[in-house]
Design a protein around this ligand. Structure first.
Ligand SMILES: Cc1cc2nc3c(=O)[nH]c(=O)nc-3n(C[C@H](O)[C@H](O)[C@H](O)COP(=O)(O)OP(=O)(O)OC[C@H]3O[C@@H](n4cnc5c(N)ncnc54)[C@H](O)[C@@H]3O)c2cc1C
Length: 382
């Protein structure tokens, strides 16, 4: 069966991997001219680590942990409170996608710099037209194109029906680590705003995140210069390291800016079209679980399609049954993270506080991974 996947993020590349393994023929169309972009450090937790293990990628992800080398300091340094890291394992978003891409590119067709223009379903399949390429037919279409999913808008309805803004915006970018703030720090809180600097690779590099509260803002999602101006405006006049951070941000090529928002849908499929990852059930960066969800969703969706022998109606229903409770819990955590931020606390629970029993451990073991692919690692990729 030919499956078109829209989006080569974590969800899309992982779905391509598992579909290929189960004998489907995935094609991935990615709007950006290249895969792997993005500045942020993402956390991976719980069953997402099992999924990586089943892909024989866990060790490679562990080896890429940017916090290796003792750069992270638990105490945050001096009177600066510690940043809480999201997840059991950290990796740069781009490096995770890079691993998944490398593991699939020999066997999967990637079409870069294009996106779906129209989707027309009939009894036998889906006719898809593209912004650039020629029209093609597929058996199924999977929308893994993120919070602002074009697939969702084309098939399910406008973004406003499904996207709920949590009142916080986040920008992330990389910078050379020369701000005199080794380790991980949450800068002294400014009302409604926070800045984090995460020093990685033995202080050779650093990543910054700037968060601020705001109602929905109107801006062009493709205009990075405009995003930087919005962030700079929010933090203008702040002291300490903020001016230098803003200076670095203005130069940063690896820059991400988006709302902390959640996607709530009654159904994740319509006929032969299905959604996964942020496109269908974004839990917001405040959950720290977006990439974990994407990995697990891809594993379950491909596995259920294999079990149902490609019978999509049964497979999509089973996929929803497996994932619904898990996603609801993650979204709850995303809302709690936002609430903490509004109360002037770190978005993520600090691991040392969890270890000390002063905070509840993250509730991330809610989905039992079925053994869709027990002997996979030994057989593929060759
Ligand atoms: C560039 C970028 C940087 C990010 N950086 C951070 C970060 O620093 N911190 C954080 O917490 N989260 C970040 N995220 C979000 C995080 O990656 C996701 O929450 C999580 O990994 C779930 O992944 P996903 O694959 O469902 O969606 P995403 O990671 O958003 O991936 C969606 C993919 O689909 C592509 N796409 C979008 N629209 C279309 C379209 N119409 N046609 C074809 N392709 C399309 C996008 O280019 C992207 O490659 C970032 C997302 C992006 C796109």
């Amino acid at each position: 069966m030919d499956v078109l996947i829209s989006g080569a993020g974590v969800a899309g590349t992982a779905l391509a991997y598992w579909l290929r393994h189960h004998g489907f023929t995935p094609t991935v169309v990615e709007r950006a001219p290249r895969v792997r972009a993005g500045a942020g450090v993402v956390g991976l937790r719980g069953e997402a680590l099992d999924v990586l293990d089943r892909m024989a990628l866990l060790e490679r992800v562990e080896a890429l942990n940017p916090l290796m080398g003792g750069a992270a300091r638990a105490d945050g340094g001096g009177d600066l409170p510690a940043v809480a890291f999201a997840g059991d394992l950290q990796i740069l978003r781009g490096e995770l996608i890079g691993l998944l891409y490398e593991a699939t590119r020999q066997e999967v067709e990637y079409v870069l710099g294009d996106s779906i223009a129209t989707v027309e379903q009939d009894a036998d399949g889906v006719r898809v037209t593209f912004e650039r390429g020629r029209p093609r037919r597929f058996d199924l279409v999977a929308g893994a194109d993120g919070l602002h999913s074009g697939t969702r808008s084309l098939v399910f309805g406008p973004r406003e029906w499904f996207v709920r803004h949590l009142g916080i915006y986040t920008a992330t970018f990389s910078l050379p680590c020369h701000l005199g703030l080794p380790g991980s720090v949450l800068l002294p809180s400014m009302p409604g705003k926070a800045a984090e600097i995460l020093s990685i690779r033995n202080n050779a590099e650093a990543h910054a995140a700037l968060h601020f509260t705001s109602g929905p803002l109107a801006y062009d999602r493709d205009d990075v210069a405009q995003h930087k101006r919005i962030v700079a405006g929010q933090f203008a006049g702040e002291g300490g390291p903020i001016p230098r951070l803003l200076e670095e941000m203005s130069r940063a090529e690896n820059f991400f800016f988006d709302a902390n928002a959640q996607v709530e849908m009654y159904r994740w499929s319509s006929g032969r079209v299905v959604l996964l990852g942020d496109a269908g059930y974004c839990a917001a960066p405040t959950s720290g679980l977006g990439s974990s969800q994407a990995l697990i969703g891809a594993y379950v969706l491909a596995g259920e399609l294999a079990v149902a022998d490609g019978e999509h109606t049964a497979a999509f229903a089973a996929y929803e049954r497996e994932m619904r409770g898990f996603v609801a819990e993650h979204q709850q955590m995303g809302r709690e993270g936002a609430d903490r931020f509004f109360m002037g606390m770190p978005i993520q629970e600090a691991p040392e506080m969890i270890a000390a029993g002063t905070r509840e451990a993250p509730r991330t073991h809610l989905v039992r991974l079925k053994d869709y692919a027990p002997s996979f690692a030994a057989r593929w990729p060759p």
